[in-house]
Design a protein around this ligand. Structure first.
Ligand SMILES: [Zn+2]
Length: 359
């Protein structure tokens, strides 16, 4: 993510902090000065925010380490003023794994509370009612209480059953025990959007700008999640034999450039498939290459020196999701073959892009 700086790395998971995080700290300092707070109080506020973000980082590592256990690597952890994100490359296949990974984050905050609570009482902290606690947590002399309440807030906030919060993932994984992943996601997304609308109504009546921002954010994140799961599902269901383009012409390895040029107007594809006598694939001849050979001098020459490889060959029963995982920059085309290794179609990048857009 641009504008982020790496602060450390653990178990090959780099932790980045986004530059806007410094704005949050500046805001705390500015607010302190505007309210004529003492320097020590401002420092306290900064300290609490830093401790809170240590808790957020530990929370994200809860997800990341649980993911590692199930072979789902975390690309990185990014901390920004609105919280942390552990970016995982994929959703684990089994619902129970997604459930554990989603719960592992909030569990870390539960553990932090369990550790800090006895410490708070040990250091002479008083037993407080809910109302007293909520009023006291911002008090200058109560850092432990502040952290305990902030962690409880993190647990509650994260367990709201709406994407992108952990609660949304918990809900989806539970629904996945009964429904397909797409169906489970759609139900979870609609429930999440219901909460978003609820937040918006609450925000309207309480003039809560923060709540309004969350409502919009949650509503959009839910839609995004559904789209991404639908695309993943669409890719997994797209069989190469069914979606491959078949508008190409075939040349024999013994053909001449002149013959290829004659056939070119009838070939809608950007390539010719070149095969031997037994229909086995020898390579491809690109139309763009052929165009450069349009002079008399080449007419009787063999096409073979211009036939090239550098494409990915896949089976007609492969799905697009697996194929894309194997596709690399050096492959311009994907050739689809049947069980007899005979070419039955091809795909190129513009087609794949259009196909993904249509999902
Ligand atoms: Zn989380």
């Amino acid at each position: 993510m641009s504008g982020s700086f790496k602060i450390f790395e653990y178990r090959n998971i780099p932790v980045f902090v986004h530059w806007t995080f410094s704005l949050l700290l500046l805001w705390v300092v500015g607010l302190g000065f505007m309210n004529n707070m003492a320097l020590a109080e401002i420092a306290f506020g900064l300290g609490i925010i830093l401790c809170l973000f240590v808790c957020v980082t530990l929370h994200e590592f809860g997800h990341a380490l649980a993911g590692l256990r199930y072979g789902v690597p975390t690309q990185d952890i990014i901390l920004s003023p609105i919280g942390g994100v552990a970016r995982m490359n994929r959703i684990p296949e089994k619902p129970v794994q997604e459930l554990i990974i989603a719960l592992a984050g909030p569990m870390v905050n539960v553990i932090i509370v369990i550790v800090l609570l006895p410490l708070y009482f040990l250091l002479g902290g008083e037993r407080l009612s809910m109302e007293e606690a909520l009023n006291a947590y911002s008090e200058f002399n109560q850092p432990l209480l502040a952290l305990i309440i902030l962690n409880i807030f993190l647990i509650i906030f994260n367990m709201i059953p709406a994407f992108p919060m952990d609660g949304g993932r918990v809900l989806r994984s539970l629904l996945s025990f009964k429904f397909s992943r797409v169906k489970a996601t759609l139900i979870a997304v609609r429930i999440g959007q219901f909460f978003a609308v609820l937040f918006a109504i609450l925000a309207f009546y309480s003039n809560g700008i923060f709540l309004a921002v969350i409502a919009v954010f949650v509503f959009m994140a839910a839609q995004q999640e559904y789209k991404s799961v639908k695309v993943q599902d669409g890719l997994a269901n797209a069989l190469m034999g069914e979606i491959a383009l078949k508008n190409y012409k075939t040349l024999a390895g013994s053909d001449t450039i002149g013959q290829a040029i004659q056939l070119a107007p009838f070939n809608q594809a950007p390539l010719f498939v070149v095969t031997n006598e037994t229909e086995q694939l020898m390579g491809i001849l690109e139309k763009a290459v052929l165009q450069k050979l349009q002079s008399e001098a080449f007419t009787d020459q063999s096409i073979l020196p211009y036939v090239r490889s550098g494409f990915l060959v896949v089976n007609e029963r492969d799905n697009l999701k697996n194929v894309l995982a194997r596709f690399s920059e050096k492959n311009v085309y994907i050739l689809v073959v049947n069980e007899q290794e005979v070419v039955v179609g091809y795909l190129d990048i513009p087609f794949i892009n259009e196909y993904i857009k249509s999902l």
